[in-house]
Every structure is written in structure tokens, then in C-alpha cells.
Design a protein around this ligand. Sequence first.
Ligand code: SAM
Length: 360
Amino acid sequence: MPENTATVDSFSDMPDLEKKVLAVLSAFESSRRLEASGEYVFPDGRRVRPTVEGIKSFLSDGATLEAKKTATSLRQLLKIGLVMKRADCYFLSDVGKKLGRKCRKERMSKGYDNLLSRTETSKAYSMFCQRVFGKDLSQYNVLDMEQLNTLIEKLELKPSEVALDLGCGNGRITEYISDLTGAKMVGLDFAPEVIKRAQQRTVDKKDRLTYVVGDMDDLSFQEQSFDAIISIDTLYFVENIDATIEKLRSLLKPINGRLAIFYGQSCDPDESRDVLLPQSSKVGAALSNNGLAYETVDYTASSRGIWIREIEAAEELKELFAKEGNADIYEDRAQDAKRTLEKIENGRQVRYFYLAKLKK
Ligand SMILES: C[S@@+](CC[C@H](N)C(=O)[O-])C[C@H]1O[C@@H](n2cnc3c(N)ncnc32)[C@H](O)[C@@H]1O
């Protein structure tokens, strides 16, 4: 195929490895690029140049892919204009960027389908949540009962109101909030199997609970549909946080609409810690840019305790996780907790609750 003839429609018949390579290049582009070294820096501290070897090291789905196959895929992607090459580094073209985002999303939603279906049925994970958060709601976040109670108190949801839980995962937090307040809740997530199970689990609460498959980057609700919107550890995944907040604002009712967000943010050693102040943080800035006044609660100190409990509980339950065939869940939680705790100790990680309210 001649150069630049690829379109977003080329996606469906693309070989799987090429989709994976596009997804990896798209993940690179969403992280920070260091000008001098040409490396991308990931939130977990990994650094990588977008070379054949760098790309191959990110194809981490258990397949031991040879560099040769990766190079062949890249050549093919170059030929159809989805990828560009500078020296030994590869970058996405404009169409490549669109397709790369699509591939990355598809892989992420499959990943969450797989992961969350296992956490929901795992005895070890249930014990983990009980120990770390104070209650098993199959949370995949950093939200303990203190934070969840603050959310519920501050939102003051009434049975006559409707709230959206953005990226609800298995929707047990959504269900818990509705059970306590009587409010109607809509849980949205892009992982279809997760949503299907939430619908089946709550079939007798259909008058209050609706679960829908949807993409946070492409929300199709009518304007002014919700009294409140909550996002618990989900805005990390949106393409453009300013545009997402603008959209969420439009979905809120203008009188007493509330937007509640839990978000953790870190900075690199070479960045100023000022980026972590509430007003200059990513969410704070996006709320201000959209003309929304907000209050914040700083949960950095208490989240330190949560991360410590995560490390301890993961270690205690390690064998049970392994026996269930869920060793990767243990690894994921333990590693994430250790990395984040180190950042907190170095003053390079914060966690805030943001609450913005439209006119009373
Ligand atoms: C860290 S989990 C948090 C889940 C849940 N809110 C909780 O607190 O337990 C992030 C969730 O966001 C969902 N997600 C990620 N990107 C999304 C997108 N573009 N649209 C909809 N859901 C998305 C994932 O499927 C996952 O369930």
C-alpha cells in the first residue's frame, strides 16, 4: 500500500502484532518525553526510547516476541503511513495516533475485563479489600471507607436524584452509594464483561441502578442529565482532561450539580513540587479552566497508611493469591504500593478529593 493511505477503517483487518505495536507507541506518546535523551518516562519510573528494542520490551503480554517480528511489523506500519522513523526511533503519524489510541483502548478494556472479573470472584482479593479499605467493595483504587464516607456526606444525594459513576469498574461502590442514599445511579465503564456482571448482580435493584458500556472520551448522555457525577481513580485514562471536565460540566444540572473526583498525582524528581498543589494539579487546573470553583480535601497522609496496608496485606495473602492463580494481582498491587509509597515519602505524590458545585 502506498504511503499515507491508511485510515481508521484499516483497523479491523490489521494483524494482532501490529495493533499491539501501535498500542505501545500510543502509550509512549501519552507519557513524558525527555528532549535531551529522547526517552519516554513512565509514571512507574520506567524509561524507554522508541526503538525496536524499546517497543519490544513493552509487548508484555507473556509472548516472547522476537525483535525481528517487531521490526517486520514496524516496517509494515511505516509502509502504510501509520508510523514514521527518525534515526532508530519510531513515532506515530496523525492517522497512526488515532489508530494507536483505538488499539490501546481495546487492549485496556480487555485487560480490565479480565482483571476485574478475577478480583470480584477472588477470596484473596476480598480479604485484601476488607483489610486495606475496611470493607470489601472489590475496589480497584485507593479509596478507603473514610474517603467513601466523605464522598457520600459531601454529595448529600437524595432519592429523587440521579448520579453518574464514571469508570465504575464492577460497580459495587456505585451500588453501595445507591443502597445508602436511595439515589438512582448510572455506572459507566468501557469493559463490557464487567458491566454485564454488574447488571446481572443488581437485577433486583433495576429501579435504582443502571450499568452501561461507554467510553469516558465519548460520552453520549444528554446535557443536564445528572445531579452529580463521581470519578474515583479514573480520570488518569482520559485523552484530554480539560475537554472531559468541560463535557462533564455540560452533563450536570445547572442548579446544585456536583462533580466529585478522587485523583492521585505524582511528579518526577526533576519537576517542581508546585505542580502537586491543589490549584496547579491536573484536575485543579482543568476545573479552573472550565470556570468551576471547587474545594479539596488532602488525603495524601492517610493514603500513606493505605499503601502500607496494601503492601502488608498483599504479602500476607501472597500464597492464597498464587493458589487461586491470581499471583499477577498480588504482584500488581504490591509493586504499585511500593512505588507510590516511595514517592509519598519523597514528597512527590499527592492524593486529593475535589468537589465542584454548580449554583445552589
Ligand atoms: C482504577 S479502576 C477504578 C474502578 C472503580 N472506579 C473503583 O474505584 O474501584 C479504573 C476503571 O476505569 C475504567 N476505564 C478506563 N478507561 C476508560 C474509558 N476510556 N472509558 C470508560 N471506562 C474506562 C476501567 O475499565 C476501570 O474499571
